[in-house]
Design a protein around this ligand. Structure first.
Ligand SMILES: [Zn+2]
Length: 108
């Protein structure tokens, strides 16, 4: 059963099916943005494939595409957002603490 409240931490799609263990870290310094990445990251199947393939540019591009889909006005800042997302993902990769596990297996 997929938990529909969860969303993919990379592209914000509902119903992520993978959990990527990671240590908590401070993600942003900007005061108006959520500041901390706490623990594991949820990922949808498509982001999971990109993560496993270590396709970081693909992952950042996918996150940006999904963001712009939801917030078309964000396209004006696309270059900056891409850089921010790539940096955030970079820190995720640096803080990974184990292999991905299916979310379905840990809910029960
Ligand atoms: Zn995703």
């Amino acid at each position: 059963m997929i938990n529909e409240i969860l969303q993919c931490d990379f592209c914000s799609m509902p119903g992520p099916i993978w959990r990527h263990p990671a240590r908590s870290f401070i993600a942003y310094c900007a005061p108006d943005v959520a500041g901390e990445s706490v623990g594991d990251w949820a990922a949808c199947d498509q982001c999971h494939v990109l993560i496993e393939a270590d396709n970081r540019s693909g992952l950042a591009q996918r996150s940006l595409d999904e963001l712009i889909l939801k917030h078309p006005e964000a396209i004006a800042a696309a270059a900056v957002l891409y850089k921010d997302l790539a940096e955030l993902h970079q820190r995720f990769f640096a803080h990974r603490s184990g292999r991905a596990v299916p979310i379905t297996a840990t809910v029960a």
